[in-house]
Design a protein around this ligand. Structure first.
Ligand code: PSU
Ligand code: MN
Length: 304
């Protein structure tokens, strides 16, 4: 049988040997979600936030045919500067590894890798979901299916506001994925705290989220949970400010025929320009906030 080419960084190998809490971090946000040099600066800060909260960060990527759990600083820097890196989702991961390729992992692929490495908690910015106009384009992120089948607790600031959040919630409900707002009733909308939609579930402490994670395992349920953590108040962009800019960006994407994997990176990049950088500042703040919560959950899961 083919063995999975998986490498733990020295820090993650030590953490695993000690049974220390670990938080998985994705790499598509670095290569496709943020421009250089803010991408690598953010990746380093997020790792620092996880450490400060008492857990060990494991940034995940495929480098030359090996699935890396935890990147060294030079590896992180190289990935962040590289152009044209592949964006790997569930469909792409095995082929990239088999070919000896290099690629960044999305939420779906990072969940697969985290599970393979025995990591239960993962922090990102926002998951992919059902795009607006999906009734025509059929564009629904593989992240949703992954949440239904891979037992990892994913901390995100909700789904990105560029999506159809109502349809995203409906699909998650159909797939049996718990969508848990942290500390509030409303579903957060990535750059804004309130999407105007109620979240299906609410929990108020990391300990409760860890207990729910354990209980799903006790039930033998295959999937994970989505924790929707609102962006800190001081950093949020009011939904009203963003709404017309999101419309503009989506119209441009349609007019230019942007499709498939390019849609999300295109929209994030256009919003960065249309908000004159504000969307990126907010994105950085929300990822760091998610990293802190994920670390607290991982610490709770580590308790006997
Ligand atoms: N969170 C961010 N920025 C990002 C992403 C998440 O703050 O760029 C990435 C994740 O890797 C997620 C992907 O899986 O966006 C969604 O892509 P798609 O819509 O093509 O599934
Ligand atoms: Mn898509």
């Amino acid at each position: 049988m083919t063995e999975l080419p998986l490498t733990l960084s020295p820090e993650i190998a030590a953490a695993r040997a000690e049974g220390a809490p670990i938080v998985a971090l994705e790499s598509t946000i670095i290569t496709h979600g943020m421009p250089w040099p803010q991408n690598v600066e953010t990746a380093r800060r997020v790792e620092g936030d996880v450490r400060a909260a008492g857990a060990v960060p494991a940034t995940i990527a495929v480098l030359n045919g090996t699935l890396h759990i935890g990147l060294t600083d030079p590896q992180l820097d190289t990935l962040a500067r590289a152009k044209g890196v592949a964006k790997l989702s569930r469909a792409d991961l095995a082929i990239c590894l088999a070919r000896g390729g290099t690629g960044a992992t999305t939420v779906a692929a990072t969940m697969i890798a985290a599970r393979a490495a025995g990591i239960a908690v993962f922090a990102t910015g926002g998951i992919g979901g059902v795009h607006r106009g999906a009734e025509r384009s059929f564009d629904i992120s593989a992240d949703l299916q992954e949440l239904a089948q891979t037992p990892v607790t994913v901390v995100a600031a909700g789904a990105k506001a560029i999506l159809d959040l109502n349809k995203t919630l409906e699909v998650l409900e159909t797939l049996g994925v718990p969508v848990i707002a942290f500390g509030q009733d409303a579903l957060p909308a990535f750059w804004s705290r309130d999407s105007g939609l109620a979240a299906p579930l609410r929990l108020d402490t990391p300990a409760q989220i860890a207990a729910a994670h354990r209980m799903r395992a006790a039930l033998g349920l295959p999937g994970g949970q989505l924790v929707a953590n609102p962006i800190p108040e001081a950093d949020e962009i009011p939904a009203k400010t963003l709404a017309p800019l999101i419309e503009t960006a989506i119209e441009e994407a349609d007019a230019q025929g942007i499709a498939a994997k390019q849609v999300t990176p295109f929209l994030l990049q256009r919003l960065f320009q249309l908000t004159e950088g504000w969307s990126l500042t907010a994105n950085i703040a929300l990822v760091r906030n998610n990293a802190r919560l994920a670390a607290a959950i991982a610490c709770e899961l580590g308790k006997p």
